[in-house]
Design a protein around this ligand. Structure first.
Ligand code: URA
Length: 267
């Protein structure tokens, strides 16, 4: 997408917007080998070669947005005193310093967003930004209708009652049950604590959806860049309004035709 040259240069960290205008006016900028010395020119940072003083402007400094399929056994912090693996270790080929948007526990798998755009990260993490997050939880044994109702209606935790959630059983085996839980809050270890509060033992926890975004096309440990449209749409989508996703592939594969349990109380 074409953008004003000074915007591209300032985002690339070359100078402030004002400083970039001066650099352009001084005749120090070339686009595809042609010197541009007036304001108003546009270029496409993905397609055009933009150089300052003969040195090409790289992608470093651009705002980038990633979706990672986090494996269990990785920290979402940027360092770990215990030396455990970090999610950023998985981002081979990403030169920018990115950081996770929110947290997933060390043992939680699934969809994790990362960015170097502080403003976007803050907007996404704001409590009023109520994006649905869907988790698939494997719990030990069977889950009763009453436990599902409790999870859906709201559970009292030590930091207050949880907001209503959308809950559905996605698969049952002899020893375990996979439950889909969609929440829009993001409290510390929320899903694990909700399950524990209704007497369920969590064996595995995976985030499968964040707003409209799923894990399609990614295997565990893999990441991809979001498009600018996807990043903008995520930011806009306070709530996707989507119910739980149909379990496809992997665990939670056979929906047994059970209807999602929607909260009976408040909405
Ligand atoms: N809820 C949890 O309990 N853990 C996570 O990592 C995410 C949500």
């Amino acid at each position: 997408m074409e953008e004003r040259l000074q915007k591209i240069l300032s985002r690339a960290g070359i100078a402030s917007r004002r400083g970039a205008e001066e650099i352009i006016l001084a005749g120090r900028v070339a686009v595809n080998g042609i010197v541009i010395d007036e304001l108003g020119a546009k270029a496409d940072p993905d397609r055009d070669r933009i150089a300052v003083d003969g040195r090409e402007v790289g992608q470093t400094g651009d705002r980038i947005y990633l979706v990672l399929y986090k494996p269990a056994g990785y920290m979402t912090t940027l360092k770990d005193p215990q030396g455990r693996p970090l999610v950023t270790d998985l981002l081979k080929g990403v030169r920018e310093r990115v950081y996770p948007v929110g947290r997933l526990d060390y043992n939680t798998e699934g969809l994790l967003l990362l960015t170097n755009d502080g403003e976007w990260a803050n907007a996404m993490a704001h409590p009023r930004h109520e994006v649905d997050k869907e988790y698939h939880v494997r719990v030990r044994g069977k889950v009763s209708a009453q436990q599902l109702d409790q999870l859906a209606a709201g559970v009292m935790l030590d930091d207050g009652e949880t907001a209503p959630a959308t809950v559905a059983v996605v698969r049952e085996s002899e020893n375990n049950t996979w439950v889909s839980i969609t929440i829009h809050e993001g409290r510390y270890r929320q899903v694990r604590r909700m399950c524990e509060a209704v007497g369920l033992t969590v064996v595995r926890l995976k985030r499968v959806r964040y707003g409209f975004l799923g894990l399609k096309g990614l295997r565990t440990g893999e990441y991809r860049f979001l498009t600018a449209e996807e990043a903008a749409r995520l930011r806009r989508s306070g709530s996707s309004g989507k119910g739980p996703s149909k379990p496809r592939g992997g665990p939670g594969d056979t929906n047994q035709g059970k209807k999602p349990v929607r909260p009976k109380a408040r909405r």
